[in-house]
Design a protein around this ligand. Structure first.
Ligand code: PBG
Length: 329
């Protein structure tokens, strides 16, 4: 007997891997369509379908063209969709984000009218709405946290009135969850859940999204409010703060380069946990697959499985419809 492996040959781990029926029975992690949330980019006009060059398969769509996608998301059994609005006009404050008839508010109303059973989440941030592309109000060259909070509350209430099922603040402002909870409660939406982008890093992987959402900062970058990729303990403080402020679901973003953060949040907190499989992660898979360098189907399933194994309950991903169809065989 090999002294380095005293359990062998009695122990043979390969026994449990020999057939698919065996593997299936001992599989620890499953991905289901209901775990997946599809991001949608909504633009003004009608009949608009504008491909995003860096994200093959993703388009900016006007509301009328978004409705079939919403229907498809529901038919595929997805957990839901998350909406990003790109307004007609951008201005320093991002006024459209707070209008009752803003682009996202109209999209919410129409989707809920046509596919009422679909779970609709709205991203709450100002970067798609501000002319400068930052995630809030600029004062003296930087994003003014507290001035932004006030407007965030107003924006959330308009989403609630439009019928959204959950709001997802993504701007990394301190106190954003507390402010939103108060604003929603005051406006008589105490049951509307908040999914907080709790640990959101200042990441190069957001590049293609900024083309899709037309939200590239016109000066500087987001490192003054999004997290330093080098920090792990700080992510736990961020999540802890959002939990204390009343978040219902917390998110880690991006995903692939941050699986350690996901696992750590999973083991320290008991809330439902989301991960955002961001635009750059999607673009890399699509680019390599289009060259024939990786098998796209297997790669995306493996990535989704990794998120679930690391501890994610739900996954925001541009691959959502594709994955749902793969799962249905
Ligand atoms: C808005 C927001 C961003 C993403 C989601 N919400 C961009 C950013 O912070 O620059 C990125 C999503 C992606 O890359 O897929 N603040």
């Amino acid at each position: 007997m090999n002294e380095w492996s005293p359990l062998f040959p009695g122990l043979r781990l390969r026994r449990l891997r020999r057939t698919e029926s065996m593997r299936r029975m001992v599989r620890e992690t499953w991905v289901r369509p209901e775990h997946l949330i599809l991001p949608l980019f909504v633009v003004p006009g009608s009949g608009v379908r504008k491909p995003v060059a860096s994200m093959p398969g993703v388009e900016q769509r006007s509301i009328d063209e978004t409705l079939p996608l919403a229907r498809a998301a529901h038919d595929a059994g997805l957990g839901g969709v998350i909406l990003f609005g790109i307004p007609e006009q951008k201005d320093p404050l991002g006024e459209d984000a707070c209008r009752e008839d803003g682009i996202v508010q109209r999209a919410i109303r129409q989707i809920k009218a046509v596919v009422p059973e679909l779970f609709v989440i709205s991203d709450l941030c100002f970067c798609e709405y501000t002319a400068h592309g930052h995630c809030g109000v600029i004062n003296a060259g930087e994003v003014d946290n507290d001035a932004t909070l006030e407007r965030l509350g107003q924006s959330a209430v308009t989403h609630a009135r439009a019928g959204v099922d959950m709001v997802a603040p993504s701007g990394m402002m301190d106190g954003m969850v507390k402010t939103l909870r108060q604003a929603l409660d005051t406006a008589h939406y105490p049951h509307l859940p908040i999914m907080s982008y709790a640990a959101k890093y200042a990441s190069a992987f957001y590049g293609p999204f900024r083309e899709a959402a037309e939200s590239t900062p016109q000066f500087g970058d987001r490192r003054g409010y999004q997290m330093d990729p080098a920090n792990r303990r700080e992510a736990l403080r961020e999540v802890g703060a959002d939990v204390a402020e009343g978040a219902d679901i917390v998110m880690v973003k991006p995903g692939l380069a941050y699986l350690d953060i996901l696992r750590e949040v999973r083991s320290r907190f008991d809330l439902p946990l989301a991960v955002y499989n961001v635009s750059g992660e999607y673009a890399m898979v699509k680019a390599a697959a289009s060259q024939g360098w990786i098998d796209e189907d297997r790669t995306v399933l493996e990535i989704m499985t990794a998120f679930r194994r690391a501890g994610a309950d739900m996954i925001l991903t541009y691959h959502a419809l594709h994955v749902a169809h793969l799962l249905q065989g």
